[in-house]
Design a protein around this ligand. Sequence first.
Ligand SMILES: Nc1ncnc2c1ncn2[C@@H]1O[C@H](COP(=O)(O)OP(=O)(O)OP(=O)(O)O)[C@@H](O)[C@H]1O
Ligand SMILES: [Mg+2]
Length: 390
Amino acid sequence: MIRIDAVTKRYPDGTVAVDRLSLEIPDRSITVLVGPSGCGKTTTLRMINRMVEPSEGTILLDGKDIQQQPVNTLRRSMGYVIQNAGLFQHRTIVDNIATVPRMLGWGKDKARARARELMERVGLDAALAKRYPYQLSGGQQQRVGVARALAADPPVLLMDEPFSAVDPVVRKGLQDELLRIQDELGKTIVFVTHDIDEAVKLGTMVAVMRTGGHLAQFAPPAELLSHPADEFVEDFLGADRGIRRLSFFSSAGLDLLTAPIVAVDATAEQITARDTGDAPYLLVTDQGGRPLGWGEPRELAADGVRPADLLPYGRPFVAGTDSLRAALDCAVLSPTGWAVAVDTEGRATGVVSQQAIGEAIRGAHAEGRENARTVPAGGGTDPEVTKVTG
Ligand SMILES: Nc1ncnc2c1ncn2[C@@H]1O[C@H](COP(=O)(O)OP(=O)(O)OP(=O)(O)O)[C@@H](O)[C@H]1O
Ligand SMILES: [Mg+2]
């Protein structure tokens, strides 16, 4: 565990970048430092590997004061990733990644073998090994930066806005990849960002900092969204805090109706039988059970199913896996106001109205039923990246 204990950093010109900051950074999880520009995030991160020395206070790594440890040993136990990856431009990708193992005295072949293994781990095609950084896209370079930081298998990863220079789609891929790597390797990651959505998605714990190097709140993301400590945190979380909080509620408890579903080849009698009055529309599926669209029961029975005339069904959600946010999004996108639940194979398992989702949301809120981390990578989270800068 990394423990930051009443740490202050005053730069020589008098700027107080960090002010009596105390944080307990848990092992084997992702702790995010988030806050407006200039609030002291980078300074905090750099004090952890002693690129910056605190003016007051102590930082403990596994109970030992990092001041008492040789800087080289300390830094070897901490991979460091920065924006734009900071790669060595004159070295190939494989040699960039092999940098630290080589410094530690590994032979060239062993270090390169390790580098190739890491390329696979971070989702880089082996064919890129011999290229130079300028021959890679921004997202690929960022992956190389992560692989390089992991090369000597350090227990700690320090990441300073590693994904802020890439577009939202690539960024989402990198975030998902990081969550996957974290699941597999169990590193202790301290991650700096000023994007609150990124913080909520990645963080097991999130430290919200405010200008002047003060800690505004330190909490799991679900708690941050449900109980912001003050107005500053609330503003920083943004206007759609309530909607985003839904990402932490499972859709498992929704009452799905199965009656209003018919196959595309259903007879008029079968269609009429399905029109039980529970829903104004029937969901039509193909013969394999995959949704095609909504139709009005009487029209379907009278004219037969004409797939081209069906109303679109929005984006279905996977019942139990996706969050209430995904279910609500589906209902909002659907012109009928009903959401379609599917299994992992994409077959319709039920339909649910916006109203029923609303009731489930009220129930979930009342019981405070959110989980610390129910949302699988990418599931139910918004691909749109909202930037909050100071
Ligand atoms: N070497 C330095 N000398 C003097 N002041 C500094 C120095 N480095 C940083 N600062 C100041 O300390 C404060 C915190 O800077 P820091 O880089 O930690 O912020 P940050 O939260 O990482 O911001 P950003 O989101 O823009 O990267 C800022 O006011 C900055 O101007
Ligand atoms: Mg910074």
